[in-house]
Design a binder for this molecule. Sequence first.
Ligand SMILES: C[S@@+](CC[C@H](N)C(=O)[O-])C[C@H]1O[C@@H](n2cnc3c(N)ncnc32)[C@H](O)[C@@H]1O
Length: 254
Amino acid sequence: MPLTREQTRRHLTAMDLVDADRPLTRTEREFVLDHYQPSASTSQALDGAYFTPRSLAHQLAMHDIGCDRPGERIIDLAAGIGRLAYETLIDPDRELKSMPLGELVCVEKNPEYVRVGKRVLPEATWICDDVLAVPDLNLGGPFDVAISNPPFGAIARSRDALSYRARQFEYHVIATAARLARRGVFIVPRRSVHEENPAERTADCVRFTRETGIELERWWGDADDWRDQWGPVTPRVTVTAADFRHVRRAAVPA
Ligand SMILES: C[S@@+](CC[C@H](N)C(=O)[O-])C[C@H]1O[C@@H](n2cnc3c(N)ncnc32)[C@H](O)[C@@H]1O
């Protein structure tokens, strides 16, 4: 869908801020996060680059990610320009938290998004790389939490994660997260997580759990309230969380 004239004007203003030769204020950072248009990049559909709506990211960060202890280490896998990671640093009054995180690492393969991300989230360490290659980067001991709104579905990938072989990219990101963190919180398509009733579980989800040992609990109901805020798509998503400690013990050298 082509951008409207107003969306284009705001995107260009956002890019002027990205290119400015000075640090950005918090308001300016949020302007860039709100108005940078990934559809200005031709790879949006191929890479599944649909950024999390602000209020969904905020709800998630406030209630589910729970990184409130000083010194915690967070990694955001497939971070885009940093929307989800940014919200972990914002308090209920939308001020930047004074609590110092131990480390916030954002991994994103698109260099343009990384360039924008470094301007809106300079507190993070930005890594421009394939998310599936991160376990090879030796980023130190386990992170406390991995977060991700990954690309969904049959996105091209460089390798498989853990012992999982099937095509859904979101499962490869979650299995990669299991090698990096003690627990994970993910935005995923509704069909990718376990229904409470085992009879309603999808074959893909059952296979993922069988092959990786990772149970994906549906943490939220549906996030349908945000369906019309994703730009050109209207995905049916939910939030899932996983405790990786038993998987790490079984599959990952300490
Ligand atoms: C659904 S978007 C979400 C972005 C961000 N996490 C957010 O919540 O706004 C997925 C992101 O994954 C990136 N991506 C796609 N394939 C990737 C890969 N193999 N490695 C790292 N990032 C990738 C895309 O460029 C895009 O920015």
